[in-house]
Design a protein around this ligand. Sequence first.
Ligand code: HEC
Length: 103
Amino acid sequence: MKRSLAVSTAILSCGLATAALATGNIQAGKAKSGACIACHGKQGISSTPDYPNIAGQTEFYLVKSLREFRSSLRKDPSMNRLAKELSDADIADLSAYYASLRR
Ligand code: HEC
């Protein structure tokens, strides 16, 4: 009984995480992407090899990366500084936007 409750809770949490991901708004993300263009390019395709292309990346991976930069689990001076300013909604919107662009 106790075990099945833990399993249901785990399944429920996964469902919630997926729901949270799906709430990203592409237009809102586009509006928030001004701070990203200098390095990642206007359409998420970087103009120099120093910066990764982020257009067409999966939404899940973009959210994960931005959260990891925000918490400094993943380290890069520019990204850590920028991501600290982002709310969960900003991260969801930016990720929806970049995932929607073609590579
Ligand atoms: C000053 C330059 C700069 C700016 C501005 C910038 N980035 Fe980055 N970004 C980088 C660099 C450099 C990396 C690679 C870091 C590394 O090696 O881990 C990166 C990595 C990323 C990654 C991970 C890509 C991957 O393939 O793992 C994402 C996602 C990302 N940036 C999103 C953004 C978003 C969204 C913005 C705007 C809010 C932004 N970046 C603004 C320089 C920048």
